[in-house]
Structure formats: structure tokens, C-alpha cells
Design a protein around this ligand. Structure first.
Ligand code: NAD
Ligand code: TYD
Length: 333
């Protein structure tokens, strides 16, 4: 199978490319990535001279680049996006451009060449849960509340519209918060780990009692793999990690793992419109495709801390440059 991966230089996309090239010796991957602040080719240095892997620098919004790549592949697995909620609050425009218009350009190419299309989306499209609400599932109505989740919801609708209107062979996955190697250190877990290693504090928004469901990125990659090979065309699959925890629980685990105490926590102003709780019911993909998460949160966090300790050059590089400006704008120097 020849796979066009969009956004393959980012966190999940690069983990997915490692997974495919390691697991399927017959498969080939083309990675189309614009290399925004979040894209990093160092994530894929191991494959750069491998005949089964090719990198193309370009934007999914550029039909002239997208069209011939889609034409030569069997399937598009679409990760490319602006992915950070806080950035979407600061500047929503690029989220619409990449996540909505970019997805449209890809869908048009897939329609033109009748290609299979898998869209990687988020549980954030379903909105925010109260403490006793049932977890999101494939039937949950959409209720996005941040510019990021609104742009992902719009792209999900567009992908489904191409199935119903043109019969495009699509699948969609909506997953919970990923964590693991190559996670960009603007998100909670890698930001906390790298700040603690650097002797800085961890900014905790509001009371820290917001709940996320944490999914190890390797489990997510296995889920996408099974969906693109065995998933039913036109269907959506919710992918969760069995890892619902309050943010403060996560931060405390990381403090313990890195030998720090509560004085390293800095409670800061809450995020605007902060969603209180996400949770995923993944029984459909478990029942129909035999997938379930296998990495426990405790084990996954231990491994992730170790990965960041062993890959200091990677994140020190990422934390300099363009990202520095964003960080200073958010938290001061
Ligand atoms: P990321 O921000 O780490 O990576 C995004 C990648 O897309 C980067 O390599 C970037 O260069 C690339 N990109 C951005 N704009 C582009 C464009 N116009 N053309 C080509 N490439 C472009 O994101 P991630 O965390 O790896 O997320 C990947 C996908 O998974 C996204 O669609 C996101 O919405 C979804 N998702 C992420 C999570 C999570 O916890 N990280 C959870 C659910 C869903
Ligand atoms: P994040 O990693 O940005 O993912 P998302 O907003 O997509 O869920 O944030 C995870 C949770 O952690 C979210 O409730 C916001 C909170 N958070 C903090 O408390 N401090 C931080 O510095 C960051 C980045 C996030």
C-alpha cells in the first residue's frame, strides 16, 4: 500500500510513519508537510534515506502540489492541521485556512482520483462534559467550543459530506488527548516534563481539575492502522485511552517522576472557554475491529518522561526559535 500522510512531520503523523514503515515492509509512505513551527524532520531522520519513504515540503492548501501526490497513492491519511487550542484562541484564521480549506483541497483531489481517505480528528468536536455525563461516542451531537475544535468539526462534516454526496470512500477517527515521543512542548505533558527538567515551574490553568482522557500515541497509531485496513467505509470510530484524569493528577505524577514538589506548580489564569471534561467510549472500534488501548497511563507517562530525558537535544532545539516567542507571549520569559 502506498500511503500519502499529510502532516507527517508533526507529533502523531511522525509516530504513524514510524509505525507503518516498521510494521509493513511492503508499504510506502509519502509525507506531505508544510513544516510549520510544529513540523520537524528530525522526528523522521531514521527514514530519510529509505527507498520506501519520501518527504515533500508543501501545503495541503496548494492543489498543484496535492493533486499529483494523491494521484500516485492508494490512500490519504490526513493529520495535517493547526492543533493547539491556545493558539486558536490567539489567532483563529490559520485554523480555518489549514483545517477547513486544506481538508477541502485534499478531498477534491481524492474525489478526482477516487482515492480512499482517512481523516484524523478529535474528541473536542463533541464539546465539554459534566462530571456525571456519559462519555462521548459516535452518536454524540457535535458541540465544538474553541476555534480549534470548530475548525475540526467543520472538516469532519466536509469529509462526511463527500461520502454522502460523491460516494468518496472515507473513514473518520475522533480520538482523545495523545501523549508520547515527539510531542510538541506547548501541550500540557511535554511542556510540564521539559519545564521541570529545566528547573522551571509548570503553568496549571485555573483550578487544574479539568479532565482529559489520555491516549498513548502508539495506541492511536495502531487504531488508525486497523481502521484504514479493516474499517467500514463511511464510518466514524471513537478512539480513547482508558486514561481519564484531572490535569493536576497528571502534573503531580510528573513532579514525582522528576523528583520535584508542589512548589514547581504555578496556578495561572484559566484558558478562555476552557472545556471541563472529555471522555471517550471506544466500544465500537473494540467490538467491530478488535482494537483497544494497551499502554496504561502510568506506564506511558514513565516511558514518556524517560524519552524526554534521553532526547534533550530534540526538545531544546524545538523550544528555541519561533516557539520561544509564543511561550514568552503566553507565560513571560
Ligand atoms: P502537530 O501540531 O504536532 O502536527 C501538525 C503537522 O501538520 C505539523 O508537522 C505541521 O507542519 C503540519 N502542517 C500544518 N499546516 C500544514 C499545511 N497547511 N500543509 C501541510 N502540513 C501542515 O499535530 P498533532 O498533535 O500531531 O495532530 C495531528 C492530527 O491529529 C491533527 O489533525 C489533530 O487535530 C489531530 N488530533 C490530535 C490530538 C492530540 O492530542 N495531539 C488529539 C486528537 C486529534
Ligand atoms: P493541551 O495539552 O493544550 O490539550 P487540549 O487543550 O487539546 O486538551 O491541554 C491539556 C489540558 O491541560 C487542558 O485542560 C489545558 C491544560 N493546560 C494547563 O493546565 N497548562 C498548560 O500549560 C497547558 C498547555 C495546558
Amino acid at each position: 500500500m502506498k500511503i500519502l500522510v499529510t502532516g507527517g512531520a508533526g507529533f502523531i503523523g511522525s509516530n504513524f510513519i514510524h509505525h507503518i514503515l516498521k510494521t509493513y515492509p511492503e508499504d510506502e509512505v509519502i509525507n506531505l508537510d508544510a513544516l510549520t513551527y510544529a513540523g520537524n524532520l528530525e522526528n523522521l531522520a531514521a527514514w530519510k534515506d529509505d527507498a520506501r519513504y519520501r518527504f515533500v515540503k508543501g501545503s495541503i492548501t496548494d492543489a498543484a502540489i496535492v493533486d499529483p501526490l494523491v494521484a500516485e497513492c492508494d490512500i490519504v491519511v490526513h493529520f495535517a492541521a493547526e492543533s493547539h487550542v491556545d493558539r486558536s484562541i490567539m489567532d483563529p484564521g490559520i485554523f480555518l485556512e489549514t483545517n477547513v480549506r486544506g481538508t477541502h483541497v485534499l478531498l477534491e483531489a481524492a474525489r478526482k482520483y477516487s482515492k480512499r481517505f482517512h481523516h484524523v480528528s478529535t474528541d473536542e468536536v463533541f464539546g465539554s462534559l459534566g462530571p456525571d455525563d456519559a462519555a462521548f461516542n459516535e452518536e454524540t451531537p457535535y458541540d465544538p467550543r474553541s476555534p480549534y475544535s470548530a475548525s475540526k468539526a467543520a472538516s469532519d462534516h466536509l469529509v462526511r459530506a463527500y461520502f454522502h454526496t460523491y460516494g468518496l470512500p472515507i473513514t473518520i477517527s475522533n480520538c482523545s488527548n495523545n501523549y508520547g515521543p515527539y510531542h510538541f512542548p506547548e501541550k500540557l505533558i511535554p511542556l510540564a516534563i521539559t519545564n521541570l527538567i529545566e528547573g522551571k515551574s509548570v503553568p496549571v490553568y485555573g483550578d487544574g481539575a479539568q479532565v482529559r482522557d489520555w491516549l498513548h500515541v502508539s495506541d492511536h497509531c495502531r487504531a488508525i492502522d486497523v481502521i484504514i485496513r479493516k474499517g467500514k467505509i463511511g464510518e466514524t470510530y471513537c478512539v480513547g485511552g482508558n486514561g481519564e484524569r484531572e490535569n493536576i493528577w497528571i502534573v503531580r505524577q510528573l513532579l514525582t517522576a522528576l523528583g520535584k514538589d508542589e512548589s514547581s506548580i504555578e496556578y495561572v489564569k484559566d484558558r478562555a472557554g476552557h472545556d471541563r471534561r472529555y471522555a471517550i467510549n471506544f466500544s465500537k472500534i473494540e467490538r467491530e475491529l478488535g482494537w483497544r488501548p494497551i499502554v496504561t497511563l502510568e506506564e506511558g507517562l514513565r516511558d514518556t518522561v524517560k524519552w524526554f530525558q534521553e532526547n534533550e537535544a530534540w526538545w531544546k532545539n524545538v523550544k528555541s526559535g519561533e516557539y520561544r516567542e509564543y511561550y514568552e507571549q503566553q507565560y513571560g520569559s
